[in-house]
Design a protein around this ligand. Structure first.
Ligand code: NAD
Length: 357
């Protein structure tokens, strides 16, 4: 079996997710063989804990090792630089989200500058991959998440037009300090969390276009609104905070509306002000089907209430046993409601999975 040697840059939250992912890859022997991060002791601890052969002091030292893929799991402002250095050293690259952006002080981040910097940097990254003849893989995990992949399959079966997509990723606030500053994050919740439902929406509309016309449907325009909700007076005055705070100059909530080239829309929310764990969900309103993709497990009927110390979440036992049940049941209801009886799409939809007991 082919062997792929991976070096991870970063030893924080995303690095752990990726390590877990690499160890589940099948069909190829993917082995994480090296790690580096900004703190050598943490890289060593990460390597020890996870049985990784080498913990090295810098990206350059990692690039000197015989690794095939460099997995970039560092703060946003380093993505493009690290990815390009790895490509120049002849490595394939996986880059975390957001691919890149505009990393200047917030007061200098005008709309024109943001658009210019993000596009120029993304183009440079693509050019670097082309020049090196190596893969540069953008790790948008929502596109591969089973509920989104299922949504895509159901939409393909039902046919018709995706008229509207509504998606959200939010939780109670970032754990990572660089995400609180524009110079290192390039934006707040809308960029850091909204990029996931946006990525899935772009994917689903592109797929619709490829299926029907042989070419992707692409975004035409975007409008957005952001806010700093953890700075409103009433919240600031509360004695106990159950949400994370301390955002220097980035938003903690944002909404964008993306209009596609065919005139249809996606409404995307990213938020750092949601109690009770990650809220990852997407509803696709098609002309022949409505599909709900619920990416967070165990959310059916969840009740979240603040208590001193932490937010608590209660979940019905049946959903806790089978987190996929809700997604599938709702998807099936959407097919039932959206298609005439006897329609082939409906019959195929029924075979997806038996309804919940
Ligand atoms: N896809 C997802 O669901 C998801 C989830 C969380 C984070 N992320 C992304 O992953 C990236 C990392 O986020 P995180 O949550 O792991 O942050 P984190 O703060 O937990 O970890 C960041 C890591 O980067 C290292 N680092 C910082 N500067 C470095 C440098 N110059 N050289 C080498 N290492 C350096 C730090 O030492 C740390 O180990 C971010 O871009 C974030 O947007 C993606």
């Amino acid at each position: 079996m082919e062997r792929v040697r991976v070096g991870i840059v970063g030893a924080g939250f995303a690095a752990r997710l990726h390590l877990d992912g690499w160890r589940r890859v099948h069909g190829v022997r993917a082995e994480v063989v090296a790690v580096t991060c900004a703190h050598p002791d943490r890289a060593e601890a990460f390597a020890r804990e996870h049985g990784i052969d080498a913990a090295v002091a810098s990206l350059d030292a990692l690039l000197d090792l015989p690794v095939d893929v460099v997995d970039v799991c560092v703060p946003n402002h380093l993505h493009s630089d690290h990815a390009r250095r790895a490509l120049a050293a002849g490595k394939h690259v996986v880059v975390e989200k957001p691919l890149t952006g505009c990393f200047v002080a917030r007061r200098d981040a005008t709309a024109e500058r943001m658009l210019h910097d993000a596009l120029a940097d993304a183009d440079a990254l693509v050019a670097a991959a082309d020049a090196a003849g190596r893969w540069c893989c953008y790790a948008e995990n929502w596109v591969y998440a089973p509920p989104v992949a299922k949504a895509d399959a159901l939409l393909a079966e039902a046919g018709g037009t995706i008229l509207r997509i509504q998606g959200e990723e939010s939780h109670s606030g970032t754990h990572s300090e660089p995400n609180k500053h524009w110079v290192t994050a390039g934006g707040g919740a809308l960029l850091g969390k909204g990029c996931h439902p946006l990525g899935a929406a772009l994917h689903l509309k592109a797929q619709e276009g490829r299926r029907r016309d042989g070419r992707p449907i692409v975004p035409r325009s975007v409008i957005a609104q952001t806010a700093s909700l953890t700075r409103v007076e009433a919240f600031a005055a509360e004695a106990h905070k159950y949400l994370r705070t301390g955002y220097e100059d980035v938003e903690d909530w944002g909404l964008l509306v993306c209009t596609f080239s065919d005139g249809t829309v996606a409404e995307v929310v990213g938020g750092d002000v949601t109690l009770g764990g990650v809220r990852n969900r997407m509803t696709v309103y098609g002309s022949r089907v409505v599909v709900e993709a619920n990416l967070n497990p165990n959310s059916a009927g969840a009740r979240v209430r603040a208590r001193r110390g932490r937010a608590r979440r209660r979940v019905p036992q049946r959903e806790a046993r089978d987190p996929r049940r809700l997604v599938v049941t709702r998807a099936r209801r959407g097919l039932d409601a959206g298609l005439p009886a006897g329609d082939a799409g409906l019959r195929r939809g029924r075979r997806v999975r038996p309804p919940a007991a």
